[in-house]
Structures are given as structure tokens and as C-alpha cells.
Design a protein around this ligand. Structure first.
Ligand SMILES: [Zn+2]
Ligand SMILES: [Zn+2]
Length: 212
């Protein structure tokens, strides 16, 4: 999982402008306090604490990123951290752990512009978010993406499916588009459009920001 993140961060880094590469390099150097070319646990924790990244200011998160398990992060791992910050990759709202792979997001909060509420697969399965969150409308990140894609194709209903919330269930069902009343769908489509804008903003932030 963490390897995928490192690869993704590398891909973004490779296609970045020299300005963004410079910012990434500065980010690494800011973390590498004693300038030995590696970032230790102590350097990492004190930097994240200073920057107010409270969830990352955590030895457990460091260990998740530290692929070789030697207590030191190289440039690639630090780029993965940079990518996690810039792309808004989530931490689980129930167990507080960083979620390196697929996750579940509250579609209600996602659509209405509230803070994202995400849970890891295990906490989703266990319902561990329930004491912290009033909604029961979680959807996995792939389904969310598909719902946004369908929003752009809503004039071709025959082969399309729509995602709806099931009352009294944590699950979201895929149903034939035609079964869904149009007004309700339009409302949801609007939500997905907003969500899409959020995603695009996050992507352009990742591409354009010169410093965190
Ligand atoms: Zn969790
Ligand atoms: Zn919610």
C-alpha cells in the first residue's frame, strides 16, 4: 500500500515543474534538520508538531511511512508524505490511523461541503464510526468516483446505474437508473458536481502549491 503511495508521489514529482520540484526539495530539507540526507523519527515528529499536522505527529504514522523499517525516511518517502498532505489523503475518524488504500467517506458530508469524514475498511465493517458520526451514508472512494462520472452522463440512462442511500443501512446500493426519481437524482447530481469541484481543487493544489 505504502509502495503505491510512493509510486504515485513519484509520478507527480516527475511531471512537476522545476518550481514544484524545488518546493518539494525545500520540504525535505526543512524536515531534515541535521542535513544528513535522511529524516529521523525525532526530526519528523518535531516538524509535524510545529506545522500543526497533529495526526501526522505520531510515531505510528512514521512507522507506516518507513518502508524499510530502519527509522529513517529518504527523499521518496518524504515525497509520499508531501503528497499525502497536498492531496488530502484521509485518516480514519474512528481509529485515527492513516488510510493508505481504499476507504469509506460519508457521502452526505462529502456533498454538503462539510469536512470529509472517512473511515478505514476495518472501522467501517465494525461500525466504529457510529459513536462519532451521526450519518449512516458511507460510500467507498471508487463508488464515489463512479457516481461523479455518471453525473456527467446523466442523459444516457439506459446503461447507467445510480448510487442511492439505503435507509437503515450502512451500505449503498447500485440500482438501475430508471428506478430513481429524476428530481432526487438531480439533487444528488448536484452534490456530486460539488464534490468533483472539490477534487479538482485538491488536484490543482497538489500541482500548484509551492509550499505547504
Ligand atoms: Zn479505522
Ligand atoms: Zn456525514
Amino acid at each position: 500500500m505504502m509502495d503505491d503511495l510512493v509510486k504515485t508521489a513519484e509520478l507527480y514529482y516527475d511531471i512537476s515543474s522545476s518550481e514544484v520540484k524545488k518546493a518539494a526539495r525545500e520540504f525535505f530539507e526543512a524536515l531534515d534538520d541535521n542535513k544528513d540526507g535522511k529524516v529521523s523519527v525525532q526530526e519528523f515528529l518535531s516538524f509535524m508538531g510545529q506545522q500543526g499536522h497533529t495526526k501526522m505527529c505520531n510515531p505510528h504514522f512514521f512507522n507506516q511511512i518507513d518502508r524499510r523499517g530502519n527509522g529513517l525516511l529518504g527523499f521518496k518517502e518524504v515525497m509520499a508524505v508531501y503528497y499525502i498532505i497536498k492531496s488530502g489523503r484521509p485518516f480514519c475518524c474512528a481509529c485515527d490511523e492513516f488510510i493508505p488504500g481504499m476507504y469509506f467517506t460519508c457521502s452526505k458530508c462529502f456533498g454538503n461541503g462539510s469536512n470529509l469524514v472517512c473511515v478505514c475498511p476495518k472501522c467501517f465493517k465494525d461500525g466504529a464510526y457510529k459513536p462519532f458520526h451521526k450519518h449512516n451514508t458511507f460510500m467507498d472512494n471508487y463508488a464515489l468516483l463512479e457516481a461523479k462520472r455518471l453525473q456527467g452522463n446523466q442523459h444516457q440512462p439506459s446503461s447507467s446505474v445510480a448510487l442511492i442511500e439505503l435507509p437503515d443501512s450502512t451500505a449503498n446500493a447500485v440500482v438501475p437508473y430508471n428506478n430513481k426519481p429524476k428530481s432526487e437524482w438531480s439533487h444528488r447530481a448536484e452534490l456530486w458536481l460539488k464534490a468533483l469541484h472539490l477534487a479538482i481543487n485538491a488536484a490543482s493544489l497538489a500541482a500548484n502549491c509551492t509550499i505547504m
